[in-house]
Design a protein around this ligand. Structure first.
Ligand code: PMV
Length: 312
């Protein structure tokens, strides 16, 4: 039987998470060292139905657990759109993106599956259709996401993202050496977003000023990226972390790793994504420095780290 494939990569948010929910811009970066491949095989034992094979679930799509309800809805809409009847199809998901770490796992899985299904039926896939389908999965997974994850896991370039506006690819003036360290804890983005919403209702003034500052740092960061001013990018990451902490989405573990990164001369370090668990992101001077930061973070107890070089 022939196999069709679809792939997608992970992402990290450089700056602007959470404030992006309040219509501020954010910058996200493709993170291809973690990625997903979805493979489709026909003539599988599944009888006139769709079978899902993943680390978390192996069985008929129709019986998939709640966590896969987004994928289920996305796959169903994809078949509907293609006017295709599912016949003995098995979708295998193989991913190196850890889930719940702010690295774009859910969006990347959906992108990979949609691409694989379109490949399977030899159909051409526009960006609009792909986004429409992935959004279905993302809405189930996150409630009311800003949409940054599905844009960032789609793009091969760093992106400038603002809700309701067209996503732009950003130019970068000098290579970025990034280190991501896993706190080992699941970060519940939905709860973190809700906690900022309640903080806003209780303390509108300070919450608004943190959000505004995050927006300003993001604008300046895009400029520093284009001129390749790594030192200023690092400072802006540190400043963003101060506001994210005020907003209550950092935690002791993240803070500990951020301090370790800074003690080891990271140009900047902050949480990335939803926070309250998840990962930290640090900026290194060069490749050698990225490797030494990665070692230091592992020694401090990070269960996993990844390094990635981003070229302009
Ligand atoms: O999926 P995560 O954990 O990278 O978070 C996405 C960024 C948030 O701004 C925290 C939420 C959102 O919907 O934009």
């Amino acid at each position: 039987s022939q196999k069709a494939e679809g792939k997608a990569h992970g992402k990290v948010i450089l700056i602007g998470e959470h404030s992006v929910v309040y219509d501020k811009p954010a910058i996200a970066i493709p993170f291809p060292v973690v990625n997903v491949t979805a493979t489709i095989e026909e003539n599988y034992t599944a009888n006139h139905s769709i079978y899902i094979n993943s680390k978390y679930y192996d069985g008929l799509l129709i019986n998939a657990p709640e966590e896969l309800s987004g994928i289920k809805a996305c796959v169903e809409e994809t078949f509907y759109l293609l006017n295709a009847k599912p016949k003995n199809i098995c979708i295998t998901i193989s991913s190196t993106i850890p889930s719940g770490r702010g690295l774009g796992s859910s969006a990347a899985v959906a992108h990979a599956i949609v691409r694989a299904i379109f490949n399977h039926f030899d159909a051409s896939l526009s960006k609009d259709i792909q986004m429409h389908l992935v959004q279905i999965a993302e809405t189930h997974a996150h409630g009311n996401p800003s949409g940054i994850d599905m844009e960032a896991t789609y793009s091969d370039a760093p992106i400038w993202f603002q809700k309701g506006k067209k996503t732009k690819a950003l130019e970068i003036g000098s290579p970025l050496h990034l280190i991501v360290a896993d706190s080992g804890r699941f970060g519940d983005t939905k709860t973190a977003v809700e906690s900022i919403r309640s903080l806003y209702l209780k303390h509108p003034g300070p919450t608004r000023s943190s959000i505004d500052l995050l927006g300003e740092y993001t604008v300046e960061c895009a400029h520093s990226l284009s001129t390749g001013d790594l030192h200023r990018i690092g400072e802006l990451m540190n400043l963003a972390q101060i506001e994210l902490t005020k907003l209550g989405v950092s935690d002791d573990r993240l803070e500990q790793f951020i301090q370790v990164a800074r003690k080891n001369d990271a140009l900047g370090a902050k949480l990335t994504g939803g926070g309250r668990g998840g990962c930290i992101l640090a900026l290194a001077e060069n490749e050698q420095h990225a490797i030494s930061l990665s070692h230091a973070l592992k020694e401090a107890g990070a269960p996993r780290t990844w390094t990635s070089r981003l070229d302009g």
